[in-house]
Design a protein around this ligand. Structure first.
Ligand code: SF4
Length: 465
Protein backbone atom coordinates (compact mmCIF):
# COMPACT_ATOMS: atom_id res chain seq x y z
CA UNK A 1 0.00 0.00 0.00
CA UNK A 2 1.40 3.38 -1.00
CA UNK A 3 2.09 5.80 1.82
CA UNK A 4 0.32 9.09 2.29
CA UNK A 5 1.66 12.21 3.96
CA UNK A 6 -0.47 12.22 7.09
CA UNK A 7 0.93 13.82 10.25
CA UNK A 8 3.13 16.82 10.89
CA UNK A 9 5.43 17.60 7.92
CA UNK A 10 9.17 17.12 8.50
CA UNK A 11 11.10 20.41 8.00
CA UNK A 12 12.48 20.87 4.48
CA UNK A 13 16.10 21.63 5.53
CA UNK A 14 16.34 18.34 7.42
CA UNK A 15 15.10 16.20 4.52
CA UNK A 16 16.95 18.22 1.86
CA UNK A 17 20.24 17.76 3.68
CA UNK A 18 19.85 13.98 3.45
CA UNK A 19 18.67 14.09 -0.18
CA UNK A 20 21.70 16.16 -1.22
CA UNK A 21 23.96 13.23 -0.31
CA UNK A 22 22.19 10.99 -2.85
CA UNK A 23 24.03 11.41 -6.16
CA UNK A 24 21.93 8.72 -7.91
CA UNK A 25 18.79 10.71 -7.06
CA UNK A 26 20.26 13.89 -8.56
CA UNK A 27 21.33 12.04 -11.71
CA UNK A 28 17.85 10.49 -12.17
CA UNK A 29 16.11 13.80 -11.57
CA UNK A 30 18.40 15.80 -13.81
CA UNK A 31 17.94 13.37 -16.69
CA UNK A 32 14.14 13.22 -16.35
CA UNK A 33 13.44 16.92 -15.81
CA UNK A 34 15.79 17.96 -18.65
CA UNK A 35 13.92 15.67 -21.07
CA UNK A 36 10.45 16.94 -20.07
CA UNK A 37 11.64 20.56 -20.02
CA UNK A 38 12.97 20.37 -23.58
CA UNK A 39 9.82 18.65 -24.85
CA UNK A 40 7.63 21.29 -23.24
CA UNK A 41 9.67 24.17 -24.65
CA UNK A 42 9.38 22.71 -28.19
CA UNK A 43 5.57 22.32 -28.18
CA UNK A 44 4.93 25.61 -26.39
CA UNK A 45 6.98 27.45 -29.03
CA UNK A 46 4.55 26.13 -31.68
CA UNK A 47 1.62 28.08 -30.19
CA UNK A 48 1.66 31.67 -31.37
CA UNK A 49 -0.88 32.96 -28.86
CA UNK A 50 0.60 31.08 -25.89
CA UNK A 51 0.85 34.21 -23.73
CA UNK A 52 -2.77 35.13 -24.45
CA UNK A 53 -3.82 31.57 -23.57
CA UNK A 54 -1.92 31.74 -20.29
CA UNK A 55 -3.59 35.01 -19.43
CA UNK A 56 -7.01 33.55 -20.33
CA UNK A 57 -6.32 30.53 -18.10
CA UNK A 58 -5.35 32.80 -15.23
CA UNK A 59 -8.38 35.07 -15.65
CA UNK A 60 -10.87 32.20 -15.90
CA UNK A 61 -9.53 30.56 -12.75
CA UNK A 62 -9.47 33.77 -10.72
CA UNK A 63 -13.00 34.71 -11.85
CA UNK A 64 -14.25 31.19 -11.01
CA UNK A 65 -12.82 31.51 -7.52
CA UNK A 66 -14.48 34.88 -6.98
CA UNK A 67 -17.86 33.20 -7.55
CA UNK A 68 -16.92 29.80 -6.14
CA UNK A 69 -20.03 29.13 -4.08
CA UNK A 70 -22.36 29.93 -7.02
CA UNK A 71 -20.51 27.53 -9.32
CA UNK A 72 -20.35 24.75 -6.73
CA UNK A 73 -24.09 24.93 -6.07
CA UNK A 74 -24.78 24.88 -9.81
CA UNK A 75 -22.49 21.85 -10.18
CA UNK A 76 -24.25 20.03 -7.33
CA UNK A 77 -27.66 20.66 -8.88
CA UNK A 78 -26.68 19.45 -12.35
CA UNK A 79 -24.76 16.38 -11.16
CA UNK A 80 -27.62 15.35 -8.87
CA UNK A 81 -30.28 15.85 -11.55
CA UNK A 82 -28.23 13.61 -13.83
CA UNK A 83 -28.50 10.78 -11.29
CA UNK A 84 -25.23 11.17 -9.36
CA UNK A 85 -24.73 11.80 -5.64
CA UNK A 86 -22.83 14.82 -4.32
CA UNK A 87 -21.11 14.80 -0.89
CA UNK A 88 -19.35 17.70 0.82
CA UNK A 89 -16.25 17.14 2.98
CA UNK A 90 -14.72 19.76 5.25
CA UNK A 91 -11.46 17.86 5.72
CA UNK A 92 -9.51 14.64 5.05
CA UNK A 93 -11.27 12.75 7.82
CA UNK A 94 -14.74 13.47 6.49
CA UNK A 95 -13.75 12.64 2.91
CA UNK A 96 -12.13 9.33 3.93
CA UNK A 97 -15.16 8.39 6.00
CA UNK A 98 -17.54 8.99 3.09
CA UNK A 99 -15.49 6.72 0.76
CA UNK A 100 -15.18 4.03 3.41
CA UNK A 101 -18.90 4.04 4.11
CA UNK A 102 -19.75 3.66 0.43
CA UNK A 103 -17.31 0.72 0.19
CA UNK A 104 -18.55 -0.98 3.38
CA UNK A 105 -22.24 -0.52 2.42
CA UNK A 106 -21.48 -2.42 -0.77
CA UNK A 107 -19.22 -5.08 0.85
CA UNK A 108 -16.23 -3.93 -1.20
CA UNK A 109 -12.78 -5.14 -0.07
CA UNK A 110 -10.67 -3.84 -2.98
CA UNK A 111 -10.86 -0.60 -4.97
CA UNK A 112 -8.91 0.51 -8.04
CA UNK A 113 -7.64 4.10 -8.17
CA UNK A 114 -6.77 6.62 -10.84
CA UNK A 115 -5.69 10.28 -10.97
CA UNK A 116 -5.50 10.26 -7.26
CA UNK A 117 -3.44 13.25 -6.10
CA UNK A 118 -6.33 14.46 -3.95
CA UNK A 119 -6.72 10.99 -2.44
CA UNK A 120 -2.99 11.10 -1.58
CA UNK A 121 -3.58 14.49 0.05
CA UNK A 122 -6.17 12.96 2.38
CA UNK A 123 -4.23 9.68 2.90
CA UNK A 124 -7.17 7.63 1.70
CA UNK A 125 -5.24 4.37 1.20
CA UNK A 126 -4.18 4.26 4.85
CA UNK A 127 -7.71 5.00 6.01
CA UNK A 128 -9.25 2.28 3.83
CA UNK A 129 -6.65 -0.22 5.02
CA UNK A 130 -7.86 0.24 8.61
CA UNK A 131 -11.19 -1.20 7.45
CA UNK A 132 -9.65 -4.09 5.52
CA UNK A 133 -10.14 -2.41 2.13
CA UNK A 134 -7.11 -2.44 -0.14
CA UNK A 135 -6.63 0.33 -2.71
CA UNK A 136 -4.75 -0.58 -5.89
CA UNK A 137 -3.06 2.16 -7.90
CA UNK A 138 -3.48 1.73 -11.66
CA UNK A 139 -1.32 4.53 -13.03
CA UNK A 140 2.05 2.94 -13.94
CA UNK A 141 4.13 5.39 -11.92
CA UNK A 142 1.72 5.24 -8.97
CA UNK A 143 1.90 1.45 -9.11
CA UNK A 144 5.71 1.62 -8.91
CA UNK A 145 5.48 3.86 -5.85
CA UNK A 146 2.93 1.58 -4.22
CA UNK A 147 5.05 -1.52 -4.82
CA UNK A 148 8.10 0.28 -3.37
CA UNK A 149 6.02 1.44 -0.38
CA UNK A 150 7.18 5.02 -0.90
CA UNK A 151 5.71 8.49 -1.31
CA UNK A 152 5.29 9.99 -4.81
CA UNK A 153 8.05 12.53 -5.49
CA UNK A 154 6.47 14.42 -8.42
CA UNK A 155 2.83 15.25 -9.11
CA UNK A 156 2.84 13.93 -12.67
CA UNK A 157 5.69 11.42 -12.66
CA UNK A 158 5.49 10.09 -9.10
CA UNK A 159 8.42 7.69 -9.64
CA UNK A 160 10.67 10.26 -11.34
CA UNK A 161 13.39 9.57 -8.77
CA UNK A 162 13.75 5.96 -9.93
CA UNK A 163 15.62 4.73 -13.00
CA UNK A 164 14.72 1.77 -15.19
CA UNK A 165 17.06 -0.69 -13.43
CA UNK A 166 15.51 0.12 -10.08
CA UNK A 167 12.01 -0.38 -11.52
CA UNK A 168 12.96 -3.68 -13.15
CA UNK A 169 14.31 -5.05 -9.84
CA UNK A 170 11.18 -3.89 -8.03
CA UNK A 171 8.85 -5.58 -10.52
CA UNK A 172 10.72 -8.89 -10.31
CA UNK A 173 10.49 -8.76 -6.51
CA UNK A 174 6.89 -7.56 -6.10
CA UNK A 175 4.79 -8.55 -9.14
CA UNK A 176 3.92 -12.25 -9.26
CA UNK A 177 3.47 -12.13 -13.07
CA UNK A 178 7.02 -10.70 -13.60
CA UNK A 179 9.57 -13.17 -14.95
CA UNK A 180 13.13 -13.21 -13.56
CA UNK A 181 14.37 -12.70 -17.15
CA UNK A 182 12.57 -9.32 -17.33
CA UNK A 183 14.85 -6.62 -18.78
CA UNK A 184 14.77 -2.89 -18.12
CA UNK A 185 13.23 -2.10 -21.51
CA UNK A 186 10.28 0.33 -21.13
CA UNK A 187 8.09 -1.87 -23.34
CA UNK A 188 8.71 -4.99 -21.25
CA UNK A 189 8.16 -3.10 -18.01
CA UNK A 190 4.91 -1.59 -19.30
CA UNK A 191 3.65 -4.98 -20.54
CA UNK A 192 4.37 -6.59 -17.16
CA UNK A 193 2.41 -3.86 -15.37
CA UNK A 194 -0.38 -4.17 -17.91
CA UNK A 195 -0.81 -7.91 -17.38
CA UNK A 196 -0.83 -7.36 -13.63
CA UNK A 197 -3.34 -4.49 -13.77
CA UNK A 198 -5.70 -6.10 -16.28
CA UNK A 199 -6.77 -8.62 -13.63
CA UNK A 200 -7.43 -5.83 -11.14
CA UNK A 201 -9.58 -3.84 -13.60
CA UNK A 202 -11.69 -6.86 -14.41
CA UNK A 203 -12.28 -7.91 -10.81
CA UNK A 204 -12.73 -4.51 -9.07
CA UNK A 205 -16.32 -3.51 -8.26
CA UNK A 206 -15.46 0.00 -7.09
CA UNK A 207 -13.13 2.70 -8.42
CA UNK A 208 -11.89 5.89 -6.79
CA UNK A 209 -10.74 8.76 -8.98
CA UNK A 210 -9.77 12.38 -8.80
CA UNK A 211 -10.66 14.81 -11.58
CA UNK A 212 -8.84 17.56 -13.42
CA UNK A 213 -11.87 19.76 -13.95
CA UNK A 214 -15.53 20.00 -12.89
CA UNK A 215 -17.85 21.94 -15.22
CA UNK A 216 -20.58 23.73 -13.30
CA UNK A 217 -23.04 24.42 -16.14
CA UNK A 218 -23.62 20.73 -16.84
CA UNK A 219 -22.39 18.98 -13.67
CA UNK A 220 -19.63 17.21 -15.62
CA UNK A 221 -16.34 15.80 -14.36
CA UNK A 222 -13.26 15.51 -16.56
CA UNK A 223 -10.15 13.34 -16.24
CA UNK A 224 -7.18 13.65 -18.59
CA UNK A 225 -4.53 10.93 -18.65
CA UNK A 226 -2.09 9.24 -20.96
CA UNK A 227 -2.20 5.50 -20.28
CA UNK A 228 -5.85 4.50 -20.63
CA UNK A 229 -5.92 3.13 -17.10
CA UNK A 230 -8.25 5.96 -16.15
CA UNK A 231 -10.72 5.04 -18.87
CA UNK A 232 -10.76 1.46 -17.50
CA UNK A 233 -11.40 2.65 -13.93
CA UNK A 234 -14.09 5.08 -15.00
CA UNK A 235 -16.04 2.57 -17.06
CA UNK A 236 -15.59 -1.00 -15.78
CA UNK A 237 -16.52 -1.02 -12.04
CA UNK A 238 -20.08 -0.82 -10.72
CA UNK A 239 -19.39 2.12 -8.37
CA UNK A 240 -17.30 5.22 -9.02
CA UNK A 241 -16.35 7.71 -6.31
CA UNK A 242 -14.52 10.86 -7.39
CA UNK A 243 -12.84 13.19 -4.92
CA UNK A 244 -12.06 16.72 -6.07
CA UNK A 245 -10.80 19.88 -4.43
CA UNK A 246 -13.42 22.62 -4.69
CA UNK A 247 -11.00 24.78 -6.72
CA UNK A 248 -11.32 22.40 -9.71
CA UNK A 249 -14.58 24.04 -10.73
CA UNK A 250 -14.93 25.80 -14.10
CA UNK A 251 -18.12 27.68 -14.95
CA UNK A 252 -18.60 26.53 -18.57
CA UNK A 253 -17.48 24.14 -21.31
CA UNK A 254 -15.99 27.09 -23.19
CA UNK A 255 -13.55 27.60 -20.31
CA UNK A 256 -12.36 24.03 -20.63
CA UNK A 257 -11.14 24.67 -24.16
CA UNK A 258 -8.39 26.94 -22.81
CA UNK A 259 -7.14 24.40 -20.27
CA UNK A 260 -7.16 21.46 -22.67
CA UNK A 261 -4.61 23.42 -24.70
CA UNK A 262 -2.52 24.60 -21.75
CA UNK A 263 -2.34 21.40 -19.72
CA UNK A 264 -0.88 18.71 -22.03
CA UNK A 265 1.78 21.04 -23.44
CA UNK A 266 2.88 22.16 -19.97
CA UNK A 267 2.69 18.73 -18.38
CA UNK A 268 4.14 16.13 -20.69
CA UNK A 269 5.10 18.23 -23.68
CA UNK A 270 2.28 16.76 -25.77
CA UNK A 271 -0.07 18.65 -28.09
CA UNK A 272 -3.14 16.93 -26.69
CA UNK A 273 -3.96 14.34 -24.06
CA UNK A 274 -4.21 10.75 -25.29
CA UNK A 275 -7.30 10.11 -23.13
CA UNK A 276 -9.84 12.72 -22.03
CA UNK A 277 -12.90 11.29 -20.23
CA UNK A 278 -16.10 13.07 -19.22
CA UNK A 279 -19.05 11.90 -17.16
CA UNK A 280 -22.16 13.64 -15.86
CA UNK A 281 -24.01 12.05 -12.98
CA UNK A 282 -25.12 8.56 -13.99
CA UNK A 283 -24.55 7.78 -17.65
CA UNK A 284 -26.16 5.08 -19.81
CA UNK A 285 -23.09 2.85 -19.63
CA UNK A 286 -20.30 2.51 -17.08
CA UNK A 287 -20.79 2.50 -13.30
CA UNK A 288 -24.40 2.38 -12.15
CA UNK A 289 -23.57 4.39 -9.01
CA UNK A 290 -21.55 7.62 -9.24
CA UNK A 291 -20.52 9.80 -6.34
CA UNK A 292 -18.49 12.98 -6.14
CA UNK A 293 -16.97 14.37 -2.95
CA UNK A 294 -16.33 18.13 -2.98
CA UNK A 295 -13.37 18.65 -0.67
CA UNK A 296 -12.41 21.80 1.23
CA UNK A 297 -9.43 20.66 3.38
CA UNK A 298 -7.93 24.15 3.77
CA UNK A 299 -9.01 25.62 0.46
CA UNK A 300 -11.54 28.08 1.94
CA UNK A 301 -8.91 29.46 4.34
CA UNK A 302 -6.50 29.79 1.38
CA UNK A 303 -9.17 31.68 -0.51
CA UNK A 304 -9.35 34.18 2.31
CA UNK A 305 -5.73 35.27 1.65
CA UNK A 306 -5.92 37.84 -1.14
CA UNK A 307 -2.33 37.17 -2.30
CA UNK A 308 -1.99 33.45 -1.51
CA UNK A 309 -5.31 32.44 -3.11
CA UNK A 310 -3.74 32.60 -6.57
CA UNK A 311 -2.16 29.22 -5.75
CA UNK A 312 -5.62 27.66 -6.07
CA UNK A 313 -5.52 28.37 -9.82
CA UNK A 314 -2.99 25.52 -10.20
CA UNK A 315 -3.94 22.89 -12.77
CA UNK A 316 -1.26 20.43 -11.49
CA UNK A 317 0.76 20.34 -14.67
CA UNK A 318 4.11 20.08 -12.82
CA UNK A 319 5.96 22.44 -15.21
CA UNK A 320 7.16 24.51 -12.24
CA UNK A 321 8.92 21.58 -10.59
CA UNK A 322 10.61 20.56 -13.85
CA UNK A 323 12.41 23.93 -14.00
CA UNK A 324 13.08 24.45 -10.30
CA UNK A 325 16.79 24.25 -9.36
CA UNK A 326 15.90 23.44 -5.75
CA UNK A 327 13.56 20.59 -6.71
CA UNK A 328 16.10 19.19 -9.15
CA UNK A 329 18.71 18.86 -6.42
CA UNK A 330 16.63 17.86 -3.43
CA UNK A 331 13.84 15.77 -5.02
CA UNK A 332 10.18 15.66 -4.18
CA UNK A 333 10.41 13.75 -0.90
CA UNK A 334 12.21 16.67 0.75
CA UNK A 335 8.97 18.68 0.66
CA UNK A 336 7.21 16.16 2.96
CA UNK A 337 4.00 16.77 1.07
CA UNK A 338 2.01 15.31 -1.77
CA UNK A 339 2.63 18.64 -3.55
CA UNK A 340 6.39 19.14 -4.00
CA UNK A 341 8.40 21.79 -5.86
CA UNK A 342 7.40 25.44 -6.21
CA UNK A 343 3.65 24.79 -6.12
CA UNK A 344 4.13 22.64 -3.01
CA UNK A 345 6.09 25.44 -1.37
CA UNK A 346 3.10 27.77 -1.68
CA UNK A 347 0.09 25.48 -1.49
CA UNK A 348 1.05 23.08 1.32
CA UNK A 349 1.59 25.73 4.05
CA UNK A 350 -1.69 27.38 3.08
CA UNK A 351 -3.76 24.19 3.03
CA UNK A 352 -2.30 23.00 6.32
CA UNK A 353 -2.73 26.37 8.03
CA UNK A 354 -0.71 28.54 10.43
CA UNK A 355 2.48 27.10 11.87
CA UNK A 356 2.54 24.09 9.49
CA UNK A 357 5.14 23.41 6.79
CA UNK A 358 6.65 26.78 7.63
CA UNK A 359 10.07 26.04 6.11
CA UNK A 360 8.61 25.36 2.64
CA UNK A 361 8.26 29.00 1.44
CA UNK A 362 12.01 29.29 2.04
CA UNK A 363 12.77 26.29 -0.21
CA UNK A 364 13.31 28.45 -3.27
CA UNK A 365 15.96 30.63 -4.87
CA UNK A 366 13.25 33.05 -6.11
CA UNK A 367 14.80 32.78 -9.57
CA UNK A 368 11.35 33.12 -11.16
CA UNK A 369 11.65 30.17 -13.59
CA UNK A 370 8.45 28.67 -12.14
CA UNK A 371 6.48 31.84 -12.90
CA UNK A 372 7.78 31.91 -16.47
CA UNK A 373 6.53 28.39 -17.26
CA UNK A 374 3.30 28.31 -15.26
CA UNK A 375 0.47 27.90 -17.81
CA UNK A 376 -1.97 29.83 -15.60
CA UNK A 377 0.53 32.58 -14.70
CA UNK A 378 0.59 31.96 -10.96
CA UNK A 379 3.10 34.45 -9.57
CA UNK A 380 4.84 31.87 -7.39
CA UNK A 381 7.80 34.09 -6.33
CA UNK A 382 5.39 36.79 -5.13
CA UNK A 383 3.43 34.28 -3.04
CA UNK A 384 6.67 32.81 -1.66
CA UNK A 385 7.80 36.24 -0.48
CA UNK A 386 4.33 36.92 0.93
CA UNK A 387 4.35 33.64 2.90
CA UNK A 388 7.90 34.23 4.12
CA UNK A 389 6.93 37.66 5.43
CA UNK A 390 3.87 36.18 7.09
CA UNK A 391 5.93 33.44 8.69
CA UNK A 392 8.51 35.96 9.96
CA UNK A 393 5.79 38.22 11.31
CA UNK A 394 3.83 35.46 13.02
CA UNK A 395 6.34 32.88 14.17
CA UNK A 396 9.86 34.29 14.24
CA UNK A 397 11.69 34.18 17.59
CA UNK A 398 12.72 37.41 19.33
CA UNK A 399 16.32 36.84 18.19
CA UNK A 400 15.26 36.31 14.56
CA UNK A 401 13.16 39.48 14.63
CA UNK A 402 16.13 41.41 16.06
CA UNK A 403 18.47 40.07 13.37
CA UNK A 404 15.99 41.03 10.64
CA UNK A 405 15.68 44.55 12.07
CA UNK A 406 19.46 44.98 12.10
CA UNK A 407 19.69 43.55 8.57
CA UNK A 408 17.08 45.97 7.24
CA UNK A 409 19.06 48.89 8.73
CA UNK A 410 22.38 47.53 7.46
CA UNK A 411 21.04 47.04 3.94
CA UNK A 412 19.43 50.49 3.79
CA UNK A 413 21.30 53.35 2.03
CA UNK A 414 23.04 54.53 5.22
CA UNK A 415 24.06 50.98 6.17
CA UNK A 416 25.50 50.25 2.75
CA UNK A 417 27.76 53.31 2.99
CA UNK A 418 29.18 52.04 6.30
CA UNK A 419 29.54 48.53 4.83
CA UNK A 420 31.48 49.90 1.87
CA UNK A 421 33.93 51.72 4.19
CA UNK A 422 34.29 48.61 6.37
CA UNK A 423 35.00 46.42 3.33
CA UNK A 424 37.65 48.68 1.91
CA UNK A 425 39.42 48.81 5.28
CA UNK A 426 39.30 45.13 6.15
CA UNK A 427 39.27 43.47 2.70
CA UNK A 428 43.06 42.89 2.57
CA UNK A 429 42.85 41.15 5.94
CA UNK A 430 39.92 38.98 4.87
CA UNK A 431 41.52 38.10 1.57
CA UNK A 432 44.63 36.83 3.31
CA UNK A 433 42.59 34.01 4.86
CA UNK A 434 40.43 31.56 2.97
CA UNK A 435 36.86 32.92 2.70
CA UNK A 436 35.60 29.35 2.78
CA UNK A 437 37.31 28.72 6.10
CA UNK A 438 35.93 31.91 7.62
CA UNK A 439 32.41 31.21 6.38
CA UNK A 440 32.41 27.67 7.77
CA UNK A 441 33.00 29.10 11.26
CA UNK A 442 30.52 31.97 11.24
CA UNK A 443 27.11 31.08 12.67
CA UNK A 444 25.09 32.85 9.96
CA UNK A 445 27.13 31.60 6.98
CA UNK A 446 27.85 28.07 8.20
CA UNK A 447 24.69 26.52 6.75
CA UNK A 448 24.86 28.54 3.55
CA UNK A 449 28.45 27.61 2.79
CA UNK A 450 28.16 23.91 3.69
CA UNK A 451 27.25 23.00 0.07
CA UNK A 452 28.68 26.03 -1.77
CA UNK A 453 32.16 27.33 -2.55
CA UNK A 454 32.95 30.97 -1.85
CA UNK A 455 35.64 32.37 -4.12
CA UNK A 456 38.42 34.38 -2.49
CA UNK A 457 38.04 38.03 -3.63
CA UNK A 458 40.64 39.39 -6.02
CA UNK A 459 41.67 42.82 -4.83
CA UNK A 460 42.58 45.56 -7.25
CA UNK A 461 44.45 47.45 -4.57
CA UNK A 462 42.18 50.44 -5.15
CA UNK A 463 40.42 52.08 -2.28
CA UNK A 464 36.60 52.03 -2.64
CA UNK A 465 34.83 55.26 -1.88
S1 SF4 B 1 1.85 26.15 -10.21
FE1 SF4 B 1 1.59 26.41 -12.42
S2 SF4 B 1 3.38 25.34 -13.27
FE2 SF4 B 1 3.17 24.61 -11.16
S3 SF4 B 1 1.93 22.77 -11.27
FE3 SF4 B 1 0.52 24.49 -10.92
S4 SF4 B 1 -0.15 25.13 -12.93
FE4 SF4 B 1 1.65 23.87 -13.24
Amino acid sequence: MGKGYSGVPIPFPKLAKEALKDTQLRTNLNRATTTIRNKRARVVAEVQDWEALRQAGHDIKMAAMAELSTHLIRFEKEFTEAGGTVHWARDSKEACEIVTKIALDNTISEVVKVKSLTTDEISLNEHLAKYGISAKETDLAELIIQLADEHPSHILVPAIHKNRDQIRDLFVKEIPEASSSLTNSPTELAMTARTHLRKKFLSARMAVSGANFAIAESGTLCVVESEGNGRMCLTLPEILVSIIGIEKILPTWNDLEVFLQLLPRSATGERMNPYTSFWTGKCGDGPSERHVILLDNGRIQTLADTVGREALACIRCSACMNVCPVYERTGGHSYSSVYPGPIGAIITPQLLGPGQAKTLPFASTLCGACYDVCPVKINIPKILVHLRAKENRDNASVLEKLVMRIASKALGPQGLRYLSRFTSTFAPLIASASMQTIARHLPVLRKWSAFRNIPTPRLSGKHHR
